[in-house]
Each structure stands twice: as C-alpha cells, then as structure tokens.
Design a protein around this ligand. Structure first.
Ligand code: HEM
Length: 408
C-alpha cells in the first residue's frame, strides 16, 4: 500500500517560498507519494536519497513519454514533439547518453569557456551601460533575462545576433510545460509549437554555409553528424533545442535568485564588495541556498523497495533538489546563507552521469555579473519589500518575474 501524502504541495505560498514545505516533508519522511505531479509521483526529500537516485541506473532518465501521455497522447497530437525532445541528452540513458554527452562535452571544456569569457564580459558591460542608475530598474528585464540567452546563442552559433524575443519565448514555453506539475493541453501545444519553431530555426542555421571564423557548438555538431557520430539531423536538433532552454532558463534564475539573496542578506553583499575573492564560493552557496532547478525526474525501470515502499516499474520519482540542498543532515544551518561555507557539495547541478554540462559556464556568468555589479554599484539595493516580489509560478524552475533594484 502506498503512503499517500494528503497535503496539497504546490500553492501560492509554496511558489513564494518552498522551503517550509520541504522541511515539513523531510521531517515527515524521506519518501512521499503525491498525486499532484504528472498524475502521481514519488517525492524524495533527503540529500542522500536524491543523490543516490540520480546516480542509480535503475532510475531511468527517459521520462518524456509520461508528461505527454498525461495530456493527450492517445490522439498522437504531440507525437512529433515527443519523438524529437526525447532524443535530447537530458532524457537519454546509456549507451546513447554516453555517445551524445561525449560529443557535447568538447564545447564546455575550460579552453572553450576561456574563449567565451571576453564575450560574456562585453555583453554584461553593454547591458549595464544601458541601465539608467538614477532610477529603479528591473534586473530581470535588463540583465538576467537577456544575458544568458545571448551567451547560449554565442556558444551555439558563434554569434548572439539572433538572440531576441523569439528565442526567449521558445525557451519560456518549454520551461512552462516541463516545469508544470500537471501540464495542460494548452501548455503542451505551446511547447510543441515552440520546439518545432526552435528546431526549424536551427535547421536553417545548419543548412547555411558554416562560418569557420566563429567556432560554434553547432559547427561541432554538424561535423559529428557528417562523421556519423550523430545519427540524423533530428538528433542534432534535439540537442540544440535542449541547450537553448537549459542554458537560458536556469542561468536567468541563478542571477535573479542570487541577487535577491545577496541584497536581502546585506552582510554577504558587503563582504563580497570588500573581498571579491569570495565570489566563486558565494556563487556555489547561492546555488545551494535557492536553486534554480528545484527537482528533476526519473522513471523506475524495475520493481524495487525504497524506505519500505514498493516502487513499481514505470513509476515516476522526483528527486527534490531544493529540499536536498536544505537537508540539515548534510548542511549545517541549511536555511542560513553563508558565502564562506566550505564547498557544500550541493545537488544544484544534479549528480552522476547527467550532472550539468553547463555548470562551469553558468558559474562564470554569475561571477562576471556579480563582480561588475559590486564594483559599479556597491550601494545596490532592492527597490521594493521582498514580500512584494512575484515568482514565476513554476515549481521546477524557480525564478522571479521582476526584480526591481535601485543603485543608491
Ligand atoms: C544555474 C544554472 C544551471 C542549473 C541550476 C542547472 C541544473 C542542472 C541539473 C540539476 C541537471 C541534471 C538534471 C538531471 O539529472 O535530471 C542539469 C543537466 C544539464 N544541464 Fe544544466 N543547469 C544550469 C545551467 C546550464 C547551462 C548554462 C547549460 C548549457 C549551456 C546547461 C546544460 C545542461 C545539460 C546539457 C544537461 C544534461 C546533462 C546530461 O544529461 O548528461 N545547464 N543541469
């Protein structure tokens, strides 16, 4: 018999601050069944279990079928979307996963990222130059929402010329669908339209003459396709769509959530102003404290017993990263932001074979932005009370709608 969690989890209070709910769930036990997610899923609350499941091949990353079945799969309405997106690295198991990850990894090596650094610095400076410091401004609109999409576009295409409202909309539609606990048919339709538009865009880029002067991940993938290391164009395009979404949605929320935390905990901001060498550790801690990715998903491949419960083949399991990162069994005073915390070994980037490929890139982006903000506007502060801030309403990808700031 399944242990049913009777309480409703995702409500306005949870979206504004999920951590009290996670604490209550953790205190009540390590594993809960909830009908609220995708028609029913197991929720894992503790660091040790979240890490173990992310590393255990009995829990498969192939989970896209479930999302869409719940919506309208019988009619095959979402078949194209499902077929395509299920080939993205994030949803593959070995050996397919090993093959595709190996190809993508080259673009995230330290030497490749070092080449991107001056571009990121330049984009950041130009965005900050465009802000009028004499009036409050929305840091999400002016910075967090626009920088990551330009960076991921530069990585993919060698230029950020095409990084505009279309890319933002495509990525947002996909995030709204993937992050919804019960995706509606309308959300699935929008996500499908956007994924198809995204892949059509990348297909046009693929057909265009390669620009050898600007190295790009697309060029690398094109080469892999020509050499047969990628099976077909659809496999290649699925990786592009995933990277656009993964590179934008998450980094945006690291910048927003991170700035909010630092400006709320003013001492941390002051410490960083006087001692920017703490920045790498601070970014790690910000990722733990308010993680942009709050949970992932896995499907059980074989019946097994976990914490006395029987998990059946096909069951969906949600490792709650946001809860694991506040688990007192792993982190001392987990609800306290401590930028000097020794490497907390948090699970913000996952763990095991699917651990985030973009971790070093996103950390570099955050460090560049924070370093520049601290130097330019040391008196930066929130322009509204924290209770007035509105969150996006996406329980998986936690982020702010707006972050009004003032420079003095
Ligand atoms: C704050 C920023 C980010 C966070 C919190 C984050 C978080 C994560 C997490 C938790 C996973 C593992 C998911 C799982 O095991 O199911 C993951 C995987 C992944 N991330 Fe990120 N990510 C971030 C930024 C990025 C960026 C900037 C990129 C690319 C430019 C990226 C690309 C990927 C890819 C390709 C995977 C799949 C890896 C695989 O399946 O082998 N991420 N990320």
């Amino acid at each position: 018999m399944r242990a049913l969690s009777e309480r409703r989890i995702v409500d306005a209070a949870f979206l504004a601050d999920p951590y009290p709910t996670y604490r209550a769930l953790r205190d009540a036990g390590p594993l809960h069944w909830s009908d609220e997610f995708f028609g029913g899923a197991w929720l894992l609350t503790r660091h040790a279990d979240v890490e173990a499941v992310l590393r255990d091949p009995r829990f498969s990353a192939q989970r896209t079928g479930g999302w869409i079945n719940d919506v309208e799969a019988q009619r095959g309405e979402f078949a194209r979307f499902q077929r395509l997106f299920s080939r993205a690295l994030l949803f593959l198991d070995a050996p397919e996963h090993t093959r595709v990850r190996h190809l993508l990894q080259a673009a995230f090596r330290p030497d490749a990222l070092a080449q991107l650094r001056p571009r990121i610095e330049h984009i950041t400076d130009s965005l900050l130059d465009a802000i009028d410091p004499t009036a409050p401004f929305d840091a999400m609109a002016c910075l967090a929402r626009v920088l990551p999409v330009r960076v991921i576009s530069t990585l993919l295409l060698g230029t950020d010329a095409a990084a505009g409202p279309d890319m933002l909309r495509w990525s947002d539609d996909l995030a709204a669908f993937i992050g919804a606990p019960q995706p509606s048919r309308a959300l699935a339709q929008r996500a499908q339209r956007s994924v198809l538009a995204m892949t059509a865009f990348f297909a046009r880029q693929l057909d265009a003459a390669p620009d050898t002067a600007a190295p790009s991940l697309l060029g690398l993938l094109r080469q892999a396709r020509e050499q047969g290391a990628l099976k077909d164009d659809a496999e290649l395009l699925a990786q592009c769509a995933m990277l656009l979404f993964a590179g934008h949605e998450t980094t945006r929320n690291l910048l927003g959530n991170g700035l909010l935390a630092l400006l709320t905990e003013r001492d941390a901001w002051q410490t960083l102003h006087h001692d920017p060498q703490h920045l790498p550790g601070a970014v790690r801690e910000l990722l733990r404290y308010d993680s942009p990715v709050q949970y992932s998903g896995r499907r059980v491949t074989t019946t097994l017993i976990l914490h006395g419960q029987q998990l059946r083949r096909g069951d969906l399991v949600l490792p709650l990263i946001g809860s694991a990162n506040r688990d007192p069994a792993r982190h001392a005073q987990p609800d306290h932001l401590d930028i000097a915390r020794p490497d907390p070994g948090a699970l913000s980037f996952g763990s095991g074979m699917h651990a985030c490929l973009g971790a070093a890139l996103t950390r570099m982006e955050a460090e560049i932005v924070l370093r520049r903000l601290l130097a330019r506007w040391p008196d930066l502060r929130l322009a509204v009370a924290p209770q007035q801030l509105q969150w996006c309403g996406n329980p998986a990808y936690r982020g702010l709608q707006r972050l009004p700031l003032a420079c003095r």
